[in-house]
Design a protein around this ligand. Structure first.
Ligand code: UT7
Length: 331
């Protein structure tokens, strides 16, 4: 059976940089609090008129260029985002149209911070079964336009950033290369702990003036609860993947954890007893970009940690749902 191999990764973030000082001007917070509690120094936020599909297209075109592919080489698109530009259709179709690929399938994945890994599982399965040989996998988010940037929303607003990452995946018969396994989990008992209530189909109309005024349109997060689950689930799901592949933590050349909070990533590293040179984080520059965070971090981590063909790369995530996931890849 062929495996899915990463041929290239392309990324894009908005040009507009928002520093912690910029946030201090809008809410009761401090650079010290944000850096100590989250590690974030700055993030990129879109400007008016710039959306998820814009970032995704930029990342996708970079990935295609790096792979030496024409857009017409792509046989299917898997698009992970929870922040679509419009209510429907999903951004996968917008991206497909922009790339000029009428007829190929475009599927949207709404698994928040685990979206890129859920998407990787779908793309990898398509490639393994021979349904498609070349798949474009995208993780893209615009969080900033949905944040409460007043003091009321400060616990969430300081964390999130906008961005996109795209990967060209191709079938390989090389036994020393490709996605070894992807582990996926969810626990719907915790839907409320990290959620966006409105607009929603259960409301008539889907959003009201009252909901806008009382803040129901903004994300709700029970930060400490999310934190406590994340630092258990992420190491656990990496160990699960390693055990299935008959590998050890010492075999990992590079671990890229979802960039939720630097303290979470550091706790995951400690729990897995990994050295600093085995892990890469870049939340300092981008904040938490949800489904885009893994490809954004992976692209830089490959260079920073000198990953070569055949090295073992591990990815893991935790986020809304709750959902959590991991992937092991021979690069
Ligand atoms: O990727 C999606 C998954 N999301 C996550 O993984 C996020 C997980 N959670 C977290 O990263 C952390 O829980 C937060 C960064 C959200 C919050 O950090 P914390 O250390 O858990 O702080 P806390 O919520 O316990 O709040 C501590 C204090 C509170 O004040 P009091 O009650 O002690 O007086 C908050 O009101 O910090 C206050 N606070 C802030 N102060 C300054 C909350 N946000 C801010 C802020 N600036 N931005």
């Amino acid at each position: 059976m062929p495996r899915a191999a990463f041929v290239s990764i392309g990324t894009a973030v908005p040009e507009r940089v928002v520093t912690n000082a910029d946030l201090v001007a809008r809410m009761d917070t401090s650079d010290e609090w944000i850096q100590q509690r989250t590690g974030v120094q700055e993030r990129h936020w879109v400007v008016e008129g710039e959306g998820v599909a814009d970032l995704a297209e930029r990342a996708a075109r970079r990935a295609l260029e790096k792979a030496g592919w024409q857009p017409s080489d792509v046989e299917a698109i898997v698009f992970a985002t929870i922040q679509s530009d419009h209510v429907f259709p999903g951004d996968g179709c917008y991206l497909q149209g922009r790339l000029g690929l009428p007829g190929i399938p475009a599927i949207d994945i709404r698994n928040a911070c685990s979206g890129f890994l859920y998407g990787l599982s779908v793309a990898s399965a398509w490639i393994q079964t021979g349904q498609y040989r070349r798949v474009l996998l995208v993780g893209a988010e615009v969080q900033s336009t949905g944040l409460d940037v007043s003091t009321r929303g400060r616990d969430i607003a300081v964390i999130f950033g906008d961005g996109a990452g795209a990967a060209c995946l191709e079938a390989t018969d090389d036994p020393g290369r490709g996605v070894l396994n992807v582990q996926l989990h969810a626990d719907g008992r915790f839907t409320r702990e990290l959620s966006g209530d409105a607009p929603g189909a259960v409301y008539h109309p889907r959003v009201s003036v009252k909901q806008i005024e009382d803040g129901s349109i903004y994300p709700h997060m029970e930060g400490q609860k999310v934190f406590k689950h994340a630092i258990v689930r992420m190491p656990e799901v990496v160990r699960e993947a390693l055990a299935k592949a008959g590998l050890q933590t010492g075999d990992i050349k590079l671990l890229v954890p979802h960039q939720a909070n630097l303290r979470i990533a550091e706790a995951v590293q400690r729990s897995l007893e990994l050295r600093d040179d085995q892990v890469f984080n870049n939340i300092q520059k981008y904040g938490n970009t949800t489904a885009a965070s893994i490809p954004l971090c992976l692209e830089e981590g490959l260079t920073a940690r000198g990953v070569r063909r055949g090295d073992l790369v591990a990815l893991c995530s935790f986020g809304a749902g709750f959902t959590w996931a991991s992937a092991l890849i021979r690069w």
